[in-house]
Design a protein around this ligand. Structure first.
Ligand code: ZN
Ligand code: ZN
Length: 172
């Protein structure tokens, strides 16, 4: 696992103070809800650009203080720090953020839709990190649980529903 802190990936500073979150019931898993260029599987620099674009969209279009996710995961088992542990996310839907941290898997509605095994391992790394550093509980759910959305898409949601099993490493 590679962990990128905000300075590492060139995150913009949040526009305001985070709301503190000391413990949650668990984590909700998300996808981008958009096209994801499958070429990024062979070019990690593109992953960084996509994550920066999502932060820009959340701050400039949604008017949020920061990217909405707690952590983000690309196909290279790289975990990006978003709002991070101990901070209220904004991605789960109004009223649903204090119960679960929000972790993004970098797949979408077209292009890259199926999470490679290394991405699933990265999501599990992010969940372990949020449990250790942010009091995340045992639940692993999808954005669509309790909120009307297709997120996190069928392939990622099927994995969540199966109990988020740990895939073999080093395979795609
Ligand atoms: Zn979502
Ligand atoms: Zn990557």
């Amino acid at each position: 696992m590679t962990m990128l802190n905000r300075r590492d990936w060139g995150a913009r500073a949040p526009r305001g103070a985070y709301t503190t979150l000391t413990r949650t019931r668990g984590v909700k898993v998300h996808y981008t809800g958009d096209h994801v260029d499958p070429g990024l599987v062979n070019d990690h620099a593109r992953c960084v650009a996509v994550i920066k674009g999502i932060q820009n969209y959340h701050m400039d279009n949604n008017g949020w203080i920061d990217i909405g996710y707690s952590m983000m995961v690309c196909p290279h088992r790289t975990v990006f720090q978003g709002r991070g542990p101990g901070h209220l996310p904004a991605a789960n839907g109004a009223g649903l953020n204090s119960d679960h941290y929000a972790v993004l898997g970098l797949v979408g509605t077209s292009g890259l839709t199926r999470p490679p095994n290394d991405m699933l391992l990265g999501v599990l790394d992010a969940i372990d990190y949020l449990r250790e550093h942010g009091g995340a509980g045992q639940e692993i759910k999808g954005h669509r649980d309790g909120y009307s959305t297709d997120c996190p898409g069928e392939p990622l949601y099927a994995w969540v529903r199966a109990g988020a099993p740990r895939p073999p490493s080093g395979t795609r």
